[in-house]
Design a protein around this ligand. Structure first.
Ligand SMILES: [Zn+2]
Length: 148
C-alpha cells in the first residue's frame, strides 16, 4: 500500500483560516472511504475557544458517520496538536496522527504535557511528525508577522 499524504488539504484549510483572520491551522480526517471531514480554526468566528481545526474536524467526521469514535481513521493537522486536541484525538480513538510543524509554545504531543505519553491516556495514536512542516511554519510566521 502506498502512503499518500493528505497534508495538502490540511494546509489549504490552514490558509483559508488565515484569510478569515484565524490562526492558520487546518485539519483533515481520512478513512478507508477517503476524506470525510476537513476544517480550519474558527475560534474567533464562533466565539469558541475550543473551535480548533482538529476539534471541528473530529466533530464533523463523527456527525457524518453517526458515531462517537473514529477507530481506524487518520487525522492530518498542519501544527502539533495542543493538549485539548490531543485529548480529543485520544478520546476519538484516531488510529494515526500526522502533523506538520512542532509547536513549542502550545503543543501537547512532543512537548509540554505530552498527552499520549501520560499514564492516564487510554488510547495512543501512531504519531508521525514533520509532514510538510516547512509549509506550515511559513504560514504561521507570515500570519503573525502581518499582525505585528
Ligand atoms: Zn488544539
Amino acid at each position: 500500500m502506498n502512503f499518500r499524504s493528505h497534508m495538502d488539504i490540511a494546509l489549504t484549510e490552514a490558509r483559508a483560516a488565515g484569510a478569515r483572520g484565524e490562526v492558520p491551522v487546518g485539519a483533515v480526517i481520512v478513512g478507508p472511504e477517503g476524506v470525510i471531514a476537513q476544517a480550519g480554526n474558527r475560534t474567533r468566528e464562533l466565539n469558541d475557544p475550543t473551535a480548533h481545526a482538529e476539534i471541528l474536524a473530529i466533530r464533523a467526521a463523527c456527525a457524518v458517520l453517526g458515531q462517537e469514535r473514529l477507530a481506524g481513521y487518520d487525522l492530518y493537522v498542519s501544527l502539533e496538536p495542543c493538549p485539548m486536541c490531543a485529548a480529543a484525538i485520544s478520546n476519538a480513538r484516531i488510529a494515526r496522527l500526522y502533523y506538520g510543524a512542532g509547536d513549542p509554545k502550545s503543543g501537547g504531543v512532543a512537548q509540554g504535557p505530552r498527552v499520549f505519553a501520560h499514564p492516564q491516556c487510554h488510547h495512543r495514536p501512531e504519531v508521525y511528525d514533520g509532514i510538510a512542516a516547512k509549509d506550515s511554519e511559513q504560514l504561521l510566521s507570515d500570519f503573525f508577522a502581518a499582525r505585528r
